[in-house]
Write a protein that binds this ligand. Structure first.
Ligand code: HDE
Length: 649
């Protein structure tokens, strides 16, 4: 859209702007590793039930099946690099089971370069393009990689695999896959065993020759992606058997290597691989970006019956993948993207965030809640029978600790210090707590919620509970059962604000009210004294422009109606009687003193102010002082006054 046939393009052309705007943002950050990948959908079927080993629902019955999504990848190259470099291949499987997504994020090599997650960024930095020159792309044949490797003897086993023909596969359909780490199977009795996962290609394992791989890179950089796509398209569905090596701690303890060390494999001759399922890839993606690119694999996606071990490499991964998806997909709600969303019902109290697409109903978005007691939707509950629970005993050598979702015994004392706090307050402060509770609970509409809180107050202080119950006009409920009986601690003055009040003017703000005819010298003297003591004086008058006072003219900092006494820590007034008389018909002026009095502030005044004080019902007390005594009295709350302005019962 332009102004005239050959005129300037109009900003109004939202069609142009929206199209270009969207195009400008079509890319997301590529994966820091495994950037180049190819994905496909399929199905997994259990071919042998293993309920003795795991309670995972998918393995309970032969024939159980679930949809899967698989993404194969190279590790070092960028998203647009070639398919056939010498490299490890990623073999990431997402199984959408009926108890949630299980992501088995493995490689085509059963061991890894490093033993501990701490070294992963170093490994990846060393193999990627060199930092200054930005090359080589998708290749490990360069200084920094081999420098790092030479300094990391633990990498040598993996190097054997990476330098073997395994690292130049003929086809993605002809690669083995490995979970690499020792994972754990947990059965319904709660017994745990170690498990290593293997994917065995039905087509067998096949590799290229190095010379071939190099030539293919030029002839068809998409060799593997094309091969996978075309095979599935032609109905020639690739398949893998899922095998497991299962062993226990006693067996592990006998081995000359640590089963938690990801640079070690378990020879199949020692523990045979038992086949328990078969995966068939039978559907290409409809949209590469929406599915393959947005697929977010997380080793933390596990299901009841499968658990982690203390493998330090695995433990690091448990953090890393969640974190990386946030930066790659831009939002904590990446789970909601169709390729990542579970295909079984799921519930949680996670809410909001960028790109939220779900519209949860009801007000239950926290746990615990008792909304259901009032017939409201209370939301999901943790279910120890069907939900995920962590395997408690780590069971590994030198690790006597138990993983428990618990709090230590003494944490069960919930009341002793609440009682200490309440009992350390002055009478006024206790009254404030009681009225705050009455106010808050009076706003609560769910009767049982209100009653439950009062029943808990009885564990803190019986009089407090009684006061609140009386304030709400409800009968005192039964005392809530305390997990641990509270003890009486010695009250502490440091917990009370009032017991520490010192009357200082430092940092405090004093409002000084004046009007026509007020004594400028007295105002200046008061202001000077306040400032000298570190406070601020703020002049308030019915009008802000300069007004005639005794001794000259004076400008106010704020107009009376716009400068209520709540803005000040204390107030003072220097007024001629006729002006005070006049102001006593002025709501803002009367309220000024009424509030200051009601809020227990120091009120310093000259004699002339009296008519206004009378109108505001300001009664004499130790906080209502002649103007000359203001600096001596200081800025504090005169709590002794409070029972006269408020019912503290
Ligand atoms: Fe990964 N790895 N990794 N990794 N990994 C990623 O996650 C990481 C490791 C593997 O197709 C990243 O989503 C750390 C072992 C595959 O989307 C990142 C450590 C194994 C894929 C990440 C490891 C893998 C990734 C980058 C050491 C084989 C591709 C983008 C503690 C068992 C998944 C992403 C896909 C991807 C971190 C080690 C396999 C950065 C910190 C060992 C197949 O989170």
């Amino acid at each position: 859209m332009r102004a005239g046939e050959r005129g300037p393009t109009l900003l109004e052309d939202f069609v142009l702007r929206e199209k270009i705007f969207h195009f400008d943002h079509e890319r997301i950050p590529e994966r820091i590793v495994h950037a180049r990948g190819s994905g496909a959908h399929g199905v997994f079927e259990c071919t042998k039930a293993i309920p003795d080993l795991t309670k995972a629902s998918i393995f309970q019955k032969k024939g159980n099946s679930c949809p899967v999504f698989v993404r194969f990848s190279t590790v070092a190259g960028g998203a647009g690099s070639i398919d056939t470099p010498r490299d490890v291949r990623g073999f990431a499987v997402k199984l959408y089971t009926d108890t949630g997504n299980w992501d088995l994020v493995g490689n085509n090599i059963p061991v890894f370069f490093i033993q501990d997650a701490m070294k992963f960024p170093d490994l990846v930095h060393s193999v990627k393009m060199e930092a200054d020159r930005g090359y080589p792309q998708a290749a490990s044949a360069h200084d920094t990689f081999w420098d790092f490797i030479g300094l990391m003897p633990e990498a040598m086993h993996m190097i054997m695999w990476a330098m073997s023909d395994r690292a130049i596969p003929r086809s993605l359909r002809m690669m083995e896959g490995f979970g690499v780490h020792s994972f754990r199977f947990v059965n319904a009795k709660g017994e745990g065993r170690f498990v290593k996962f293997h994917w065995k290609p039905v087509l067998g394992i096949e590799s290229t020759c190095w010379d071939e791989a190099v030539k293919i890179a030029g002839a068809d950089p998409d060799f593997h992606r094309r091969d996978l796509f075309e095979a599935i398209d032609a109905g020639d569905f690739p398949q893998w058997d899922l095998g497991v090596q299962v062993f226990d701690e006693a067996w592990a303890a006998q081995q000359p290597y640590d089963v938690l060390d990801a640079t070690k494999l378990i020879p199949e001759e020692d523990i045979p691989v038992e086949v328990i399922g078969r995966m068939t890839l039978n559907r290409n993606v409809d949209n590469f970006f929406a599915e393959t690119e947005q697929a977010a694999f997380l080793p933390t996606n596990i299901i009841p019956g499968i658990d982690f071990t203390n493998d330090p490499l695995l433990q690091g991964r448990l953090f890393s993948y969640l974190d990386t998806q946030k930066s790659r997909l831009g939002t904590t709600n990446f789970h909601q993207i169709p390729i990542n969303a579970p295909k079984c019902p799921f519930h949680n109290f996670q809410r909001d965030g960028m790109m939220q697409t779900l519209v949860p109903t009801g007000r239950a978005n926290y746990e615990p809640n008792s909304l259901a007691e009032a017939g409201e939707q209370g939301g999901p509950r943790a279910c120890p029978e069907t939900g995920f629970t962590s395997f408690p005993a780590n069971g590994e050598r030198n690790d006597p600790a138990q993983k428990l979702r618990v709090r230590a015994e003494l944490f069960a004392d919930h009341y002793s210090q609440a009682r200490l706090f309440y009992r350390s307050q002055t009478e006024n402060e206790q009254a404030h707590i009681a009225s705050a509770l009455v106010f808050e609970l009076s706003k609560v509409q769910l009767e049982h919620v209100r009653v439950r809180v009062v029943s808990r107050l009885r564990n803190i202080d019986e009089t407090l509970a009684k006061r609140v119950a009386a304030g709400l006009a409800i009968s005192l409920p039964e005392k809530a059962k305390a997990a641990k009986a509270p003890i009486d601690m010695k009250p502490s003055d440091a917990l009370s604000i009032q017991k520490q009040a010192n009357g200082t003017l430092k940092g405090r703000k004093v409002g000084i009210l004046f009007a026509e005819g007020s004594d400028k010298a007295a105002i200046d003297a008061l202001k000077g004294g306040i400032e000298k003591a570190g406070g601020t004086a703020f002049l308030v008058a019915p009008k802000v422009g300069g007004i005639a006072v005794k001794g000259g003219t004076l400008k106010a900092d704020g107009q009376l109606a716009g400068s209520p006494s709540v803005l000040f820590d204390a107030v003072a007034s220097i007024l001629m009687p006729d002006q005070a008389e006049k102001l006593s018909k002025e709501g803002a002026a009367v309220q000024w003193f009424m509030d200051a009095y009601g809020h227990c502030k120091t009120i310093a005044h000259c004699k002339g102010t009296q008519p206004l004080l009378d109108k505001a019902h300001v009664e004499p007390d130790e906080g209502v002082v002649p103007i000359e005594d203001f600096l001596k009295t200081g800025v504090k709350r005169h709590w002794a006054r409070e029972p006269r302005v408020r019912d503290l019962a």
